[in-house]
Design a protein. Structure first.
Length: 244
């Protein structure tokens, strides 16, 4: 009887979470530092393959009402690429003596990113409102904006609720559809789907685990199966985020 009572209480608790409407908001803590790690892989048959890892720190300098200010900086970058039979590798933790010629070329291109300080203002929906980069390195501001990989809706959500978000990047339009799969005491689990149009066309799939209290997307996976100029391109992006 005791076991049945415990089981009943557990099921009842899960049902109450499933039926409860919640507001997803990004509740950054002033003075806190968050670590972000993004892993990107792309495969285009025998034409090209690439793997890239970028680590970033986000320090929240101010929180006021529904907006926040933060400073972001890249702490580590690695890249391995195979294109046209040529292998290229770069690791920002290695010295010039440890890099080959292609690695040194890539360091000249990517190294300046590690020296930038990115100042950003955003809101608790996850929208990046303003970005400044010092010193100004082309493309870094766009990469900073991509660090926000979800924008929450203003409305309360239940299990089964959906909302959409659109991103435009490098001639592509990406329409994301987020679906609330489950709600527990500490997590909100989302499914991702969508379409890509423009210079590339294809489908989006994936999932995301959001910390319910902080609104931080702790783990996310985005798959894109694309067609680019008649070539099939598979892209996979995984991202983790945690308070340090």
């Amino acid at each position: 009887m005791k076991k049945l009572l415990i089981l009943f209480l557990a099921v009842s608790a899960n049902l109450s979470f499933a039926q409860e409407a919640i507001l997803l908001r990004l509740n950054y803590e002033k003075g806190a530092t968050y670590g972000v790690s993004m892993n990107v892989s792309q495969e285009m048959g025998t034409v090209m393959s690439m793997g890239m890892v970028m680590d970033m720190e986000i320090k929240v300098t101010d929180v006021k009402d529904d907006t926040y200010n933060c400073e972001m900086k890249f702490t580590k970058m690695t890249m391995d690429m195979l294109q046209g039979g040529q292998v290229m590798s770069f690791d920002s933790t290695k010295s010039d003596e440890e890099l080959d010629e292609t690695g040194k070329m890539m360091k000249a291109q990517m190294g300046p990113m590690l020296k930038t300080l990115i100042s950003a203002k955003g809101n608790n929906l996850g929208e990046i409102l303003e970005v400044t980069v010092a010193p100004n390195v082309p493309g870094v501001g766009d990469m900073a904006k991509q660090s926000s990989n979800v924008v929450y809706p203003k409305e309360a959500l239940n299990v089964g609720s959906t909302w959409t978000m659109t991103k435009e990047e490098k001639g592509m339009k990406m329409d994301f559809l987020y679906t609330v799969k489950s709600i527990t005491g500490d997590k909100v689990i989302l499914d991702l789907s969508g379409d890509v149009t423009g210079m590339a066309t294809g489908k989006i799939s994936g999932n995301m685990d959001v910390d319910r209290a902080s609104g931080i997307p702790e783990n996310s996976l985005i798959n894109m199966d694309l067609s680019v100029s008649g070539q099939e391109l598979k892209s996979k992006i995984t991202m983790t985020m945690a308070k340090k």
